[in-house]
Ligand binder design. Structure first.
Ligand code: GAP
Length: 480
């Protein structure tokens, strides 16, 4: 198995080679931090989306889904605080003119210290950075960078500018380009589409608190330091759920959603030790408590999901800016109030990266007689892009015709793939590389007794089963 840095690079190359993820507009040398999903990546992503959507809206009777527009009235972003607060402290190197996010620069130094075994130094630096960030002490952050002798990776100098804030929202023009009033933003989070529709959904759905509104959609951020493949992108997708509650109950609901979300993560078959909670030290402008669920990526433990207790900040602020009442009448206690909100917000692309990282294995299958190896993606069957490959052993003797019948019997239930080219071993390896959990091979015995071999991806074991049983075997595994 490759070491962690190599493993990350190997996963990126594998994604490109097997149709999962390509750099965007690659024929023009790509676009920084923007990626396209290929034929297998888009299926994987859709399966993750469906699994999340079902877990939210189908398994919770009090959660419904919406699909709001990406473009929103510009006042939305004034009310949400994004115009004034959605910025990161940045620092520029005067020699290379390269711009860095201050926390990323210091985090890289922390990682260096950890690698050298200086755990105490790393912890102290982490603490110093957290408290300076919490206090928005920019001069202190610059001093910390200088004291640590942190250098720019391009110029190799420590010739830094002051630390400044940069807004991460993309703007564009609606209608005439010359009027200032027509400037609008590409949404930096999907959450606001839920808040502005709170009353529409509550009234038309006759929803009673506590209830949730879920949404999956694109978000855009002009990330200054864009790296690490699909971990940090400028165009990405979020799966968010805002849960509206009675004021004063936020602590218990916050704990409830922390538990529920961790259960969802574990249901992906990822072991508990690969996850941890990270409590926020510096809270966002809207939150009274917040944590991240971090996963142990090949690049270290990093945030995949945020859980935020958002108070009544958003609805209250929209009420103020729109002059429309955002209140809810709680008939159980006979009171009007603006609900509090617990938010769960998971990055879809980061979840794709997490599932890929967990699934990727390089296996040595050598025997004393022969060197052999395979790369296999051990996806949970429900997430695999293709569930079943149907492979006639040869292209003749009527085997393709029988294989086509198997395809026809199964393809309306789950995604199948038919292939007759190359030796069967080669075809199995190709299916392993894209994570297909089951292959059935139609051979000469099939003609006699209507049975096929089914090969299981993870164990590579094969067994003989009646054709009539295939669909049931595969469906049962997909359902888990
Ligand atoms: N509505 C709350 C919100 O947007 P966030 O922590 O900024 O909170 C939520 O983002 C999730 O969105 C993150 O946990 C991460 O998975 C994903 N995310 C944020 N920025 C991202 C980026 N530039 N590229 C990919 N995913 C990103």
């Amino acid at each position: 198995m490759a070491n962690d840095t190599n493993r990350f690079q190997a996963i990126i190359s594998h994604c490109k080679e097997y149709g999962f993820i390509f750099p965007s507009s690659e024929i023009y040398d790509g676009l920084s931090a923007v990626y396209d999903y290929g034929q297998n990546g888009s299926e994987l992503k859709k399966n993750i989306k469906d699994y999340w959507w079902k877990s939210m809206t189908q398994l919770n009777e009090n959660i419904v889904g919406i699909d709001a527009a990406i473009f929103m009235h510009p006042t939305t972003w004034k009310a949400s605080g994004h115009v004034d607060n959605f910025s990161d402290p940045m620092i520029d190197n005067k020699d290379s003119k390269k711009r860095y996010r201050v926390d990323h620069l210091i985090e890289a130094r922390i990682e260096e210290l950890e690698k050298k075994g200086d755990k105490a130094g790393a912890d102290a630096l982490q603490q110093a950075m957290d408290s300076l960030l919490a206090a928005s002490d920019f001069a202190g952050l610059k001093k910390l960078i200088e004291d640590q002798k942190i250098k720019c990776s391009v110029s190799d100098t420590g010739n830094w500018t002051e630390v400044r804030q940069f807004n991460l929202m993309f703007s564009t023009q609606l209608g005439s380009v010359s009027e200032e009033a027509s400037e609008i933003y590409l949404r930096p989070e999907t959450a606001q589409g839920i808040f502005v529709n709170f009353l529409n959904v509550q009234k038309t759905g006759r929803m009673k608190i506590p209830f949730g509104i879920a949404q999956i959609g694109k978000a855009f951020r002009n990330e200054i330091v864009a790296r690490q493949f699909i971990f940090r992108m400028r165009e990405f997708e979020q799966m968010e759920m805002q849960f509206f509650i009675r004021p004063g109950t936020q602590k218990e609901w916050y704990e409830h959603w922390k538990n529920e979300r961790m259960k969802w993560h574990l249901s992906l078959g990822i072991p508990k030790e690969k996850y941890r909670f990270h409590d926020h030290v510096k809270l966002a402008h809207y939150a009274d408590a917040a944590c991240d669920i971090e996963y142990d990526f090949p690049i270290g433990f990093k945030e995949v999901e945020g859980i935020h207790s958002r108070t009544d900040f958003d609805l209250k602020s929209h009420q103020e800016y729109s002059k429309k009442k955002m209140q809810y009448f709680d008939s159980e206690i006979n009171q009007n109030y603006i609900p509090y909100v617990i938010e769960t917000s998971i990055g879809l692309d980061r979840t794709v990266l997490m599932v890929l990282s967990e699934a990727y294995f390089e296996e040595d299958l050598s025997t004393p007689e022969k060197q052999d190896s395979r790369v296999v993606l051990k996806f949970p069957p429900r997430l695999a892009p293709i569930k079943l490959a149907v492979l006639p052993l040869t292209k003749k003797d009527g085997l393709p015709e029988i294989a086509r019948e198997v395809m026809d019997a199964c393809k309306s239930q789950f995604r199948c793939f038919y292939e007759e080219k190359d030796a069967i071993g080669k075809r199995y390896r190709r299916m392993d590389a894209i994570g297909t959990p089951f292959c059935v091979t139609v051979d000469h015995q099939t003609k006699e007794d209507q049975t096929v071999t089914i090969r299981y991806r993870d164990t590579m074991q094969q067994e003989r089963v009646p054709i009539a049983d295939i669909s049931r075997i595969v469906s049962r595994q997909i359902e888990g």
